[in-house]
Design a protein around this ligand. Structure first.
Ligand code: MLT
Length: 264
């Protein structure tokens, strides 16, 4: 499905129904198909909405600089277009950075937060340098080169060795993204604000999910978010690294399902 949102066409999945809306925000360098197992596995528990962010998947990329606020405002525009007043907002990794921006701008539209494989802090100086290196890599060799660099950290060694289907699906997802989309998100992540002070301002029910073997964003970051957000719960998923929802979809969906039940 596609909706006209803030000057571009935004592609999205929407399972419909009158369940609690669950907005799924994908990470970098990915698209909404990251969430296929959640769209299919949680449709009986929620109205699952999974968009491609601007510049990703089948969504357009209008001109102009992109920030975390840009992505967040696009998502508010999509909820408006779908007539959704408020939603449980679930962001994975970069999607979590966007969820913080969404909360700051549109807290009244947030019924609950799920922060998966993400962190509140900004990029370190080395991290910013890494973004610039990846911008150069994407421009010189394409999106696939950035994906191939990241793949070893997306999954546990066990999954990389034994589940070629999972690793290949992620590799293909990363390889089909546009260089313009990749570059705009790298700049947006490099320049994103520190969300640490946002944690104490969160007053909605919050679930933090971490892949127990995540090397990109270690589980200590998840524990720090849990400790700083009033009443938040942390679920650590064994046998999962950075893309916990892809690697262990049943455990991820079970955690989300239990959280959704606690809201009604
Ligand atoms: C992601 O999965 O969205 C990225 O790894 C986040 C990041 O690079 O900071």
């Amino acid at each position: 499905m596609k909706a006209q949102v803030r000057g571009f066409e935004m592609a999205y999945e929407d399972t419909g129904g009158d369940g609690i809306p669950l907005l799924l925000i994908h990470g970098f360098p990915l698209d909404r198909t990251l969430w296929t197992a959640q769209v299919q596995g949680l449709a009986d528990a929620a109205r699952v909405i999974a968009p491609d962010l601007r510049g990703w998947g089948e969504s357009g990329l209008p001109g102009g600089a992109v920030t975390m606020d840009t992505y967040a405002d696009d998502l508010r525009g999509l909820l408006d277009a779908l007539g959704v007043k408020n939603a449980v907002v679930c962001g994975l990794s970069m999607g979590g950075y966007i969820a913080f921006a969404f909360y700051r701008q549109h807290a009244h539209r947030v019924r609950g937060l799920i922060l998966a494989d993400t962190k509140a802090g900004p990029d370190s100086p080395e991290g910013k340098q890494g973004r610039d290196d990846n911008i150069a890599l994407a421009r010189a060799q394409g999106a696939a080169a950035v994906g191939d660099k990241m793949l070893p950290k997306m999954f546990t060694p066990k999954t990389l060795a034994a589940r070629a289907d999972v690793a290949n699906a992620a590799r293909a997802m990363m390889a089909r993204q546009s260089v313009a989309g990749v570059v705009s998100a790298l700049k947006a992540m490099r320049d994103r604000p520190d969300s640490t002070s946002t944690l104490a301002e969160i007053t909605v029910p919050t679930l933090v999910i971490a892949g127990a073997e995540d090397q990109l964003i270690p589980v200590q970051e998840a524990e720090a978010m849990r400790a700083a957000i009033r009443g938040a719960r942390l679920v650590s998923i064994p046998g999962a690294a950075h893309l916990a929802n892809l690697e262990q979809p049943d455990a991820f969906n079970a955690a989300v399902r239990e959280f959704l039940k606690s809201l009604v």
